[in-house]
Design a protein around this ligand. Structure first.
Ligand SMILES: Cc1ncc(COP(=O)(O)O)c(C=O)c1O
Length: 560
């Protein structure tokens, strides 16, 4: 028997070696690709999509909701009371804002989508009945947002990352831009006189030769990939597991995109196996890096809708990520692969020179967007002169076409110019110098306050971008966002996975944030949502048990 197994193994080993040496390079390359995929579902786009299609809907009744972790009857009763209280307070406090949101929902599918995907699906219906959040705001000032009911929230939505320097900074930028642009007005096709200065400034900051203007971050990424394919003559993009690069088909190959993955490899970030794939293949045009992933490599954006247990983890290791980027840079240079830094989110946040400066690694192309528009929509590509050229003089019909009606819109160009000018001001320079130390200290203070209050919540920071993690197993961590809201803090629809601060947060503002999060946490704890902090509670108190329970419920629902 053993001899048979052994001889079979020898055949396989011999075949595999022959495949490598004698000409089954395709099989070998496929094997290398498989090894370089991250083992999670996010690393397997096709499989994730197939499974997603099979996932049945599960929706808890109020009783099931409160009992889903086998809490005692007493705890369940407390939870029901807490939900009734949430219902009453949400209805009273946010009446006008909710009314306006509801009126919009039928005709704004986007709103219906974000409304549904705030929390894990099992809890959606009960939460929508008890604590529907409004999505209409009336005004902003300093670090605050005001809703239609006169409630004032500390803004940690960060306008999807646009708000780096404080909302008043962008208001002032837009006012100045409006004055500068007015003489020419919305004339398109020619360029506003601000453009040469904007181009010069962008070249200096990015260290690149040339610039192109687009209308969103998604478009900037599309253009960067397009020129990379054009100049290398190769088809494939390498992107990393979990990284977001906008909603264009080719860079979003998994769940959420109805098309199957095309000419894209989703590989593991910070992995030697990925470097081996880059070294061995000839079809790779470019590698896309979103440096925000340094906060949670190989994981999707940490949305509360996926917070089924307390397994969310994050950790920013600047030295390790720098080493990874340098290794990637070396392989890309060796293999003629275009290295694209997608700084749409992080550009101008970590450092004036963006992630390139912060990690001390030069890309071949860099995309920017969000904050660079000074409050207006924009996408920008900066790159090496040879890569940015869109034609070949010796082959006049072989062009790389990319133009858009609103590219280089005068108002956007003026807002960008004001934004870039202000980067040179002393207060902003000082901010960049202190940012690492300041935000590390603030995260430390937040965590000390949480620990001091006996709350199972911790922050992990990449400067002013934070993720909240949970230190004890629970099925209800996602509920924290609803308590945080009641205590006057606005988070984006993905919830506690992404807190975005702006530099305008003074120490006093920050202290207020800590106080509100602690108060919200204490209320949530008192209501019995965090089990293991309750000495009398029994129930599912281990992440594995929770996941098994969720899986069992899904299988049961799938089998009808
Ligand atoms: C890294 C990155 N790239 C691209 C995009 C897409 O930008 P936009 O939403 O402006 O299309 C985003 C948006 O969040 C992003 O974070």
């Amino acid at each position: 028997m053993n001899a048979l197994v052994f001889s079979n193994m020898s055949v396989w080993v011999a075949a595999a070696s022959a495949a490598c040496v004698w000409g089954l390079p395709k099989a070998h390359q496929r094997w290398m690709l498989s090894r370089a995929k991250h083992r999670s579902l996010a690393g397997h786009s096709k499989m994730a999509k197939k499974l997603a299609r099979q996932l049945p809907a599960v929706s808890y009744s109020l009783d099931e909701f409160c009992a889903c972790d086998d809490a005692t009857a007493a705890v369940q009763a407390r939870r029901k009371q807490a939900l009734a209280s949430l219902r009453e307070r949400y209805a009273a406090r946010y009446a006008l804002t909710r009314e306006a949101t509801t009126a919009l929902a039928d005709s704004l599918p986007d709103l219906r989508f974000t409304g549904r995907y705030r929390v894990p699906m099992q809890f959606t219906d009960v939460m929508r009945e008890h604590a529907r959040m409004g999505a209409v705001m009336r005004a902003s000032e300093d670090v605050y947002l005001d809703d239609l009911d006169g409630n004032r929230f500390i803004d940690l939505t960060g306008s999807y990352g646009v708000n780096v320097f404080g909302i008043d900074f962008y208001k002032a930028t837009l006012e100045q831009a409006q004055q500068r642009a007015h003489a020419l007005g919305p004339v398109l096709g020619s360029y506003h006189p601000a453009v040469p200065d904007v181009v010069q400034r962008l070249r200096a900051l990015s260290g690149m030769d040339a610039v192109s203007f687009h209308m969103s971050g998604t478009e900037a990424v599309m253009q960067a990939v397009r020129v990379a394919r054009y100049h290398t003559g190769r088809s494939h993009i390498v992107r990393f597991c979990g990284a977001y690069h906008g909603w264009w088909d080719d860079v979003q190959p998994g769940i959420g995109n109805p098309m199957p993955p095309r000419e894209v490899y989703t590989l593991q970030e910070m992995s030697e196996r990925t470097l081996s794939v880059l070294r061995s293949r000839r079809d790779i045009a470019c590698v896309l890096v979103n440096p925000l992933q340094a906060l949670h490599p190989n994981q999707n954006a940490p949305a509360d809708s996926a917070l089924l247990d307390s397994c969310r983890h994050a950790g920013f290791d600047r030295a390790a990520y720098t080493a990874w980027l340098k290794a990637l840079r070396a392989v890309c240079s060796e293999r003629g692969i275009v290295l694209i830094f997608d700084e749409v989110f992080l550009g101008f946040r970590l450092a004036k020179g963006g992630a390139q400066a912060y990690f001390d690694v030069r890309a071949d192309l860099v995309t920017y967007g969000k904050t660079l528009g000074g409050g207006l929509p924009v996408g920008v590509v900066c790159g090496r002169a040879d890569l940015m050229t869109r034609y070949r003089p010796e082959r006049p019909a072989d062009i790389c076409f990319a133009r858009g009606t609103f590219n280089a819109h005068p108002y956007v160009m003026c807002a960008m110019q004001v934004f870039l000018e202000r980067l040179d001001e002393a207060d902003i320079t000082a901010y960049y110098e202190e940012a690492d130390a300041r935000w590390a200290a603030r995260a430390g203070r937040f965590n000390a306050a949480m620990a001091g209050a006996g709350l199972p919540v911790r922050a992990v920071a990449m400067q002013s971008i934070w993720t909240l993690t949970y230190t004890q197993p629970s099925r209800f961590n996602w509920l924290y966002q609803f308590y945080v809201r009641l205590h006057g803090v606005a988070l984006s629809w993905i919830g506690t996975g992404r807190l975005i601060f702006s530099l305008s947060f003074t120490q006093a503002h920050f202290d207020e944030v800590v106080t509100r999060f602690v108060e919200a946490g204490l209320e949530m704890q008192k209501a019995g949502w965090w089990l293991s902090s309750d000495a009398t509670a029994v129930g599912l108190v281990d992440n594995k048990q929770i996941r098994r329970r969720v899986l069992r419920e899904l299988i049961r629902a799938r089998l009808g």
